[in-house]
Ligand binder design. Structure first.
Ligand code: ATP
Length: 367
């Protein structure tokens, strides 16, 4: 292994130039295409992307169920290619919790510890601590075919955490839960990660889930990592069109770049208005560029604004209202306005409106 500086010591898992192909020859499917990421110790790290982008394959590689065609996985700086799954300080929670239905909650949690040959006393105290962590002490004696989905999820977590893995891999563990329970478990998972200090690597295709739980997110598409950053980075400073579109709702506008100064671009919109936009990392646009504006960073106005058009749709969401405006240049622009309790948004289909884009709202994307 290469010498590691003090910075590297904080890296728990590193994927270096990972390529994974299934099958051989011209019909081979490239599931991962040169993926490199570093996951830090004690981090809640999420692999986010649409179905088929390769996130499960990457997770399975960390677990040792799958081997890279090229590249290496390092755990605390050591290449773990030769280590079988059960020898890795890593545990996995799957989408289907795979609990033993005929065993009780505490017997399920104790199972892995028994397999490892831990002493009776140690198992007892460890199981108690885990059930406390997941708030399932009261149901310790209940058989797991007699508990709810959310409770089963907690037991699966307790069972995976019991042997004290350094890294916990979670493959869409909340997808079987209903909306409300999923929201609750998101907060709970974050708390458990914080309390145990274990590195969590979480796989999901749900952008909201990724934003609410993660310290950092890797956004993936078609076997590649497009951007790695904090939820804030990913949402407010998306690198490219895919990331901007995948993470929440957004507006794209075509603009011509007039000049760049102090890391900001002055651009002209199709309406003729000029605005200043920040630049996605590593972008130095010339000529035509795509800029992105989140719907909550713009508002509809009866006169003025940098672009204008006609209201095509008004959609009420309780907390806010989405106003879809067909711009004069032809594109649709969506504005999200927070609702007031005693007042409607004030716009109706067919109204002529201007759109005021906030001064720090626009960003130029990578091509
Ligand atoms: P999902 O959210 O649907 O699970 P994913 O992002 O986790 O998707 P992967 O399961 O990693 O995606 O799959 C990536 C690609 O590799 C897909 O095109 C998939 O069909 C393919 N693939 C995965 N496992 C195998 C396998 N064992 N044999 C052949 N192809 C596979």
């Amino acid at each position: 292994p290469e010498p590691s500086g003090p910075e590297d010591k904080r890296v728990a898992i590193e994927a270096r130039g990972i390529v994974k192909e299934f099958g051989e020859g011209p019909s081979a499917l490239r599931a991962l295409d040169d993926v490199s990421i570093s996951i830090r110790e004690n981090e809640f790290f999420t692999l986010l992307g649409p179905s088929g982008c390769g996130k499960t394959t990457l997770l399975r590689m960390i677990a040792g169920f799958e081997y890279p065609t090229e590249g290496a996985i390092l755990l605390h700086g050591e290449d773990i290619a030769g280590l079988p799954p059960f020898k890795r300080p890593v545990n996995t929670v799957f989408q289907s919790y795979a609990l033993f239905p005929h065993l009780t909650v505490e017997e399920n949690v104790a199972f892995g510890l028994e397999m490892l040959g831990r002493s009776k006393a140690e198992i007892k105290s460890r199981v108690a601590a885990m059930l406390k962590l997941v708030r399932m002490e009261e149901l310790a004696k209940r058989r797991t075919d007699q508990i709810s989905g959310g409770q089963a999820q907690r037991v699966a977590l307790a069972r995976a955490l019991a042997p004290g893995p350094k890294v916990l891999l979670l493959d869409e563990p909340l997808s079987a839960l209903d909306y409300k329970l999923r929201k609750e478990m998101q907060i709970e998972l974050k708390r458990m990660q914080h309390e145990t200090g274990i590195t969590f690597v979480f796989v999901t295709h749900d952008q909201e889930e990724a934003l609410t739980m993660s310290d950092r997110i890797a956004v993936m598409s078609k076997g590649r990592v497009l951007q790695v950053g904090s939820p804030w980075d990913i949402y407010d400073k998306p690198a490219d069109r895919f990331v901007a579109d995948f993470i929440g709702e957004t507006n794209f506008l075509t603009a011509s770049v007039l000049g760049i100064e102090n890391g900001l671009a002055r651009v002209r919109l199709k309406s003729g208005a000029e605005i200043v936009a920040t630049l996605a990392e590593g972008v130095s646009p010339k000529g035509e560029a795509t800029i992105v504006v989140r719907p909550e960073h713009a508002r509809a106005v009866t006169s003025g604004g940098q672009v204008a058009g006609a209201v095509e749709n008004v959609v009420y969401f309780g907390t806010d209202t989405h106003i879809h405006v067909r711009l004069d240049a032809g594109d649709i622009f969506m504005v999200r306005q927070q609702n007031r309790r005693t007042q409607s948004c004030g716009f109706e289909v067919g109204d002529r409106v201007g759109i005021e884009i906030a001064s720090d709202a626009a960003q130029v994307l990578r091509d």
